[in-house]
Design a protein around this ligand. Structure first.
Ligand SMILES: NC(=O)c1ccc[n+]([C@@H]2O[C@H](COP(=O)([O-])OP(=O)(O)OC[C@H]3O[C@@H](n4cnc5c(N)ncnc54)[C@H](OP(=O)(O)O)[C@@H]3O)[C@@H](O)[C@H]2O)c1
Length: 306
């Protein structure tokens, strides 16, 4: 954070894909990062205990910190969407966010800003419609989850803390998430279009999502929803071609919609694989954020370097 040097920033979900990269970036900028940990504290100067499922948090340790970021939640694609797993996806996000934001609201010395993860699932499946932060939310499991997740930050903004909900797109990284999962099939020439290939994928590089969170922490005019997606979303067909080119393999194999539904389960297939949304980062761009990987070719080259 350029305008606020040497801050103390508390990070929930610090062990995850984005969390690890964000922590490294904040520390290399000279900030002190304290992780919220869901196990006994080993380093009291760098860790703060919480157990979101039991509603427990060391509130005293949050007094006087400058900023908080919460990225925690069970991985969306870790498992088929059974009713039990959907409850875990929801509870791990909504309960943890509510606990943290209620606690922040009650502090004597509140942080200046709280940035919370949300996701582009907020918009639902929307075909070719161009969506920005002012577009209405969609329908479906992910849209409902994101709405409740964002609403769980309410106690913090009611208490006067600047709150931003980052509606994060599909993060492209070889370290984890969707791209890491796709790499093996694409590298053996088994990658291809899912369904019609016309569905939009609103993606962002790992380096840009980290930079966007840092920019949001630093940028006082930003509040409320912020789309963390690259300015050039792609269709599944375009993404497939670009990834095939990046790994120098053909992408002729097509997986028909019925097979995607069978493999992933109907609901996850429809909301995450066969359906999509074309989302633009209007707020980041209007505030002057510059993407290092604005298009899919640059992003894949930066990640794969092949
Ligand atoms: N990666 C993407 O493509 C993408 C896209 C859209 C939105 N997002 C959202 O952005 C956030 C960060 O993404 P990510 O890719 O870094 O996720 P990730 O790698 O799956 O990490 C999420 C972190 O959440 C914490 N967590 C796991 N289970 C939990 C539970 N039951 N209760 C509370 N916390 C739990 C863990 O951190 P600790 O063990 O340190 O607590 C975990 O490392 C997530 O909320 C995700 O839904 C990600």
């Amino acid at each position: 954070m350029i305008n606020h040097p040497s801050q103390t920033i508390v990070l929930g979900g610090a062990s995850g894909l984005i969390g690890k990269a964000l922590m490294a970036a904040l520390e290399s900028d000279g900030h002190t990062v304290k992780q919220l940990v869901r196990r006994p504290v080993k380093r009291p100067d760098r860790e703060i205990f919480w157990d979101p499922a039991r509603g427990e948090i060391d509130a005293a340790a949050l007094e006087g910190v400058d900023a908080t970021v919460h990225l925690g939640g069970v991985g969306i694609a870790e498992h088929r969407w059974t009713p039990e797993f959907k409850k875990q996806l929801r509870d791990s996000r909504v309960q943890s966010t509510r606990l943290l934001c209620q606690t922040l609201a009650e502090l004597s010395n509140k942080p200046r800003v709280h940035v919370n993860a949300s996701a582009i699932g907020y918009y639902g499946v929307r075909g070719n419609e161009v969506l920005t932060e002012t577009s209405p939310g969609g329908t479906g499991f992910l849209a409902d989850l994101c709405r409740d997740w964002e609403a769980a930050t309410q106690p913090a903004w009611e208490a006067g803390i600047r709150v931003c909900q980052m509606r994060i797109g599909v993060v492209l990284s070889t370290e984890g998430g969707a791209l890491a999962k796709m790499l093996t099939p694409f590298r053996i020439g088994a990658g291809g279009v899912l369904g019609t290939g016309e569905q939009y994928m609103s993606w962002i590089s790992l380096v840009d999502v980290v930079a966007a969170i840092q920019f949001t922490l630093d940028h006082d005019p930003l509040h409320g929803a912020v789309n963390a997606t690259a300015p050039k979303p792609v269709t599944n067909l375009d993404f497939t071609k670009a990834l095939g080119e990046a790994v120098h393999r053909p992408t002729v194999i097509k997986t028909p919609a019925f097979a995607v539904r069978m493999l992933a389960g109907r609901e996850m297939a429809e909301e995450m694989l066969l359906g999509g949304a074309k989302i633009l980062p209007a707020r980041l761009e209007s505030e002057g954020f510059v993407f290092r990987c604005p298009d899919i070719h640059t992003a894949l080259k930066a990640e794969l370097g092949e």
